[in-house]
Every structure is written in C-alpha cells, then in structure tokens.
Design a protein around this ligand. Structure first.
Ligand SMILES: NC(=O)c1ccc[n+]([C@@H]2O[C@H](COP(=O)([O-])OP(=O)(O)OC[C@H]3O[C@@H](n4cnc5c(N)ncnc54)[C@H](O)[C@@H]3O)[C@@H](O)[C@H]2O)c1
Ligand SMILES: O=P([O-])([O-])O[C@@H]1[C@@H](O)[C@H](O)[C@@H](O)[C@H](O)[C@@H]1O
Length: 538
C-alpha cells in the first residue's frame, strides 16, 4: 500500500513535540442580540489553546451484540482489510476496502495549491488515529454462536470471502451477556442461551471482570465498549432511580426492574474507564449514567447509527428547507428480513426506532421561520416491516412532498436497496476511531491546566440518528453541518481556520492577480503570537 505523505502544518501557532501537538486556534463566533425590531450582530473571538495527545496506544473494542449482523460483519471487515484479502464473486475478483467510513474513505479539504486548486487529504491523515488493522476485538452476545457461525447466520459477507475468514473467526466466541426478556422482543428468546446469571449487580460485576480480563490479556491502553445488540424498549425514566449516579447505583444494587441490560453495560464500561457508545435507539444513557461518566471523566455517545434512510433524510430536508422549499409530508417506509427487523417487529422495540427516525428533521424545520410557524412541523410517518425473505437487504421507500412557489407542490420519491449492515459497519469503525481521537483532545483553561471535551461526545453526531448532547446544548441533525463540525474540529487542533468555501482568490480581481503572481502566498503570516501553552517552547 503506497505510503501516505506526512502532513505538517507550518505556522507560528502550532508546536509539535513527541507527545503532543499544541495549537493556538482563533475561535470566532457572532453574538446576535435582539432589541425589539433591531437585531445586532457582534463578532467575537477567543484564542483557544488546543492540545492533541499523539500517543494512540493499543486500543481494544468490545461489541455488545458481537454475534449479530453488524458485529460479525465489522469483524469480517477488520480481518479482510488487515489481511488485504481478495475474493471471487460472480462480478469478478473483489478487494477489501473501507468504503462508507469517513475516516478511511473520505477526504477533508486542506487548502489550495499554488495554482489555487483545492487540495484534499484523507481524514485519517489529519491527526494521529488508530489504524483499523490494529484494533483488538472482543465482545458479548446472548447467542452462543462463534463469529464464523454468526457470519454465516448473518448472510451478509460473500461466500468466497467467508471461506477465507472462517478459520480465524471460528476462534472468536462472544462472552455470555445480560438478557432481560422485558427489554427486547419475545422473538429473541431462542437465541438467549449464552447468559450471565445472577442479579443485575452481579451481572454488572461480571461485565467489569470481562473488561479487565480483555484489557489484561491483550495489554490494552484503552477499551471502547460499543452497543450493537438488539434495540431495547425505552426504559421508563424515574426520579430517584435513573436521575443521578447515586440513585442508579442504588437501583442497580436493589435489582430494580427498570435498569436495562444496556444501562448495566454502560455503567460497567464507565466504571472501567471505557468510552461507551450506543448504536441503538433506546435511552440507555439516562441522567445517572451521564453523571457517572462526568464524575469519572469518561466519554459516552449515542444514539442509533445513522446509516441509510435517516442519513439521506438529514440531507434532503436540509436541502429543501435551505432552498426555501417547504417539506409538508415525509413518509419513510422500509422492510427488511434480518434479526434486527425481527426484533423491531415488536411494538415496543419499533417505538424506540420510530422515535430516533422521526426527530431528525426538527433542527432544520426550526431553523426557518419564514416557512414554518413556531411549532409547525411536516407530517412525518415511519413504517418498518419484517419480511424474512429479503434478509439484510433492506428495501426503503421515501416520499417527500413540499410546497413550492405559489403553493405548487413538489414530490420526491426515493427507492433504496442495500445490505443494512454494510452501511452500519463503517460507522462503527468511525465511532470507535473518532471517539478515541476526541478523547485525546484537551483545551487550555489556565497556564498549566487542560480540560477535555464534555463527556457527551456530540461531535460524533454525524454518525448517529439521535445525537446525545450536553444538557442545554442544541441538537444538530443536518448532515453537512455535522460533517463540517468534525472537519473543522480536526482543523482547529492543527491551528487551521474552518473551511469557509469563500474562494475569494478566484472572485476578487486583485486577489486573483496575487494568486497568479505568487504574491498571495508571500503575504506575511499572522503576526507571531506567543504560544499560549505553558508547556510548548515559546
Ligand atoms: N444499518 C443497520 O444495521 C443499523 C442502523 C442503525 C441502528 N442499528 C442497530 O444496531 C443494532 C444491531 O443491528 P444488527 O443488524 O446487527 O442486529 P442483530 O439482531 O443481527 O444483532 C444484534 C445481536 O445482539 C444480540 N443481543 C441481543 N440482546 C443482547 C444483550 N442484552 N447483550 C448482548 N447481546 C445481545 C443478539 O443475539 C444479536 O446477535 C440494532 O439495535 C439495530 O437497530 C442497525
Ligand atoms: O439508518 P436508517 O436506514 O434510517 O434506519 C434503519 C431502519 O430503516 C431499519 O429498519 C433498521 O432495521 C435499522 O436498524 C436502521 O435503523
């Protein structure tokens, strides 16, 4: 594989040491105030010291639901890419790739070259990230099947590739897991034979022991626990039970029936200082769990991978509303035949998914009060049907009807067929790699102290249908705003300004002349500011 060039930022605002990258970043925003009919906009600017720990270390990922379609396909994809496997299909020989992963297969605009042409680099090249080949994988499942059997059961991976992976995956066996029939569909009962017995607290202790065992056996520096098990019903959040760390601890020890398996996994992960990510729609990350994460300085993220219909919805609705067209009716229907679809065929589990698939348009609608009165929303219907024959190949049909000029209407219909797991698995990789990277960022608060990001990793929103945010923070669902947030956070850690898409060197005559004469690149750099970091050389 050709060696990717090393990226170095040459600026008085950045300092590289063996352990850290120190950057002075000019954070800019516009403060808007209203006084009756008058709106005032005031630019504000703050120099932020950002430190990135370059030491990636040895990273493990523990999947809850490892034996599922996503878990087995993720494992197959890591192994296929690690071994650079090729395999035969009816369409010819295929090579491994990570398409669908923004860290591995997408690029970020870095800037322009001397001719003024945009230069893009792979996202994974901007800052030190875990290499997918180096990930150590383990996990739990209520089903006892090993990963080779799980891969066959999933019917996602091409047959010839399965044969090349079977031996290695047969040696991988999910650890016994926590099963509570009150939280997932009754139709999952026949899988549930690989279980941790005992009270909820005993199960919590066992999960912690499993994490310690995985860490010690593999000499890991960091573990990320990611839920890709079945969708649970929402737990009924109760004051005095779910609201604080202390109350949830008590509820756990009291074997409270409203403490879900996913919340037990989350508490165990956090108490073992592991990042916890929820790839399903249920409300695992209740107040007490987030408070526990804050107290321990551990990161959490969720909910529900944003892989297909919802991802497209967060683009189409953003396009329509920002074009001044008014979506008034959105209908999202799909059917699929995998075990996820089987579990979602139960009303309570479907309701969890319906919630996360429905709330995704709120921020875009609320951003345009020319089109929508306060509180006004499009009609929005979500339908999911289970049709066993189609397996993992989800069939999605969407209809978007908008009001246009002079109350005309415009109806867009989309049909989409895909192996659902092949869309979700790259997101699992990105969630793991970006969560690890973001956990290594720190922001200088005083001369010698740094604070990390808020424990709820909302910069991962691009990958999630219902992004969890810090209490009181706005939820952003528009896909390209979410993407710009990731790109510009990475740029900020390199003391680079956000991409503003102005391109004035191609629009303002004297800038165009400077560009072509080379003068544009000789303009004096920002006045050399003293690095604000106490640790960086002055
Ligand atoms: N495109 C996608 O595939 C996609 C997109 C968004 C969200 N999701 C969510 O990801 C999750 C997994 O999807 P999938 O297609 O892999 O489903 P799946 O049913 O194939 O896999 C889930 C696995 O979890 C196991 N399991 C159930 N309860 C468990 C528990 N308490 N502990 C440990 N294991 C448990 C099951 O035995 C199964 O092997 C689902 O919640 C789904 O809604 C999937
Ligand atoms: O990501 P997306 O395509 O909007 O939503 C998908 C649903 O349409 C599908 O029915 C469900 O099984 C998947 O878990 C996923 O949530």
């Amino acid at each position: 594989m050709e060696k990717t060039p090393t990226l170095v930022v040459s600026s008085p605002n950045i300092k590289y040491t063996d352990e850290y990258i120190y950057s002075d970043y000019e954070y800019e925003e516009t403060l808007v105030t209203r006084n009756g009919e008058e709106i005032t906009a005031r630019p504000i600017r703050k120099t932020l010291g950002i430190r990135t720990d370059r030491r990636v270390g040895k990273v493990g990922v523990m999947l809850v639901g490892w034996g599922g379609n996503n878990g087995s396909t993720f494992t197959a994809a890591v192994l296929a890419n690690r071994h650079q496997l090729s395999w035969n299909t009816k369409n010819g020989k295929m090579d491994s790739n990570w398409w669908g992963s923004i860290t591995q297969a997408s690029t970020v605009r870095l800037g322009i070259d001397e001719k003024g042409c945009d230069v893009h680099v792979p996202m994974c090249q901007l800052l030190p990230m875990v290499h997918p080949d180096d990930l150590v994988i383990d996990g739990w499942d209520i089903s006892p099947m090993n990963l080779a059997e799980s891969m066959v059961r999933a019917k996602v991976i091409d047959y010839d590739l399965q044969q090349k992976l079977k031996k290695e995956m047969a040696s991988m066996k999910p650890r016994p897991a926590i099963y509570d029939p009150d939280f997932i569909a009754a139709n999952q009962a026949d899988r549930a034979t690989n279980l941790i017995r005992g009270t909820k607290y005993e199960q919590y202790l066992q999960v912690r022991a499993d994490i310690k065992d995985f860490r010690d056996k593999n000499k890991l520096d960091k573990i990320i626990v990611l839920w890709t098990a079945n969708t649970e019903r929402f737990c009924e959040v109760r004051e005095g039970v779910h609201d604080t760390s202390e109350n949830i601890e008590r509820a756990l020890r009291d074997n409270n029936s409203e403490i879900s398996p996913s919340t037990i996994f989350a508490l165990a992960a956090i108490d073992e200082n592991c990042i916890y990510i929820n790839g399903s729609p249920q409300n695992t990350l209740v107040g007490g769990v987030v408070e526990r994460a804050e107290m321990r300085g551990v990161f959490v993220a969720g909910d529900d991978f944003k892989s297909g219909q919802t991802k497209l919805k967060s683009v189409l609705v953003d396009f329509l509303v920002s074009a001044g067209l008014k979506p008034v009716s959105i209908v999202s229907y799909n059917h699929l035949g995998n075990n996820d679809g089987k579990n979602l065929s139960a009303p309570k589990q479907f309701r969890s998914k319906e919630i996360t698939k429905s709330n995704v348009v709120d921020d875009m609608v609320e951003s345009n009060q020319v089109l929508y009165k306060p509180g006004e929303k499009p009609d929005h219907v979500v339908v999911i049907k289970y049709v066993p024959y189609v397996g993992d190949s989800k069939r999605a049909m969407d209809e978007y009807t908008s009001e246009i000029l002079l109350h005309g209407t415009n109806t867009i219909v989309v049909h989409n067929t895909c192996e659902d797991s092949l869309l979700a698995v790259p997101l699992i990789l990105d969630l793991v790699l970006l969560a690890d990277l973001f956990s290594r960022l720190a922001f200088r608060e005083t001369d010698n102290s740094y604070v990390r990001l808020h424990c709820v990793l909302s910069p991962l929103a691009y990958l999630l249908k219902a992004p969890l945010v810090a209490s009181g923070a706005p939820v952003v669902n528009a896909l390209f705003k979410q993407r710009a947030n990731i790109d510009n956070l990475l740029r900020a850690a390199l003391a680079l300004p956000p991409n503003n898409n102005l391109g004035l060197e191609h629009k303002v005559p004297f800038l165009m002349k400077e560009l072509h004469s080379g003068a544009l690149f000789n303009s004096p750099p920002n006045k050399k500011q003293k690095l604000t970091h106490a640790n960086g050389d002055q």
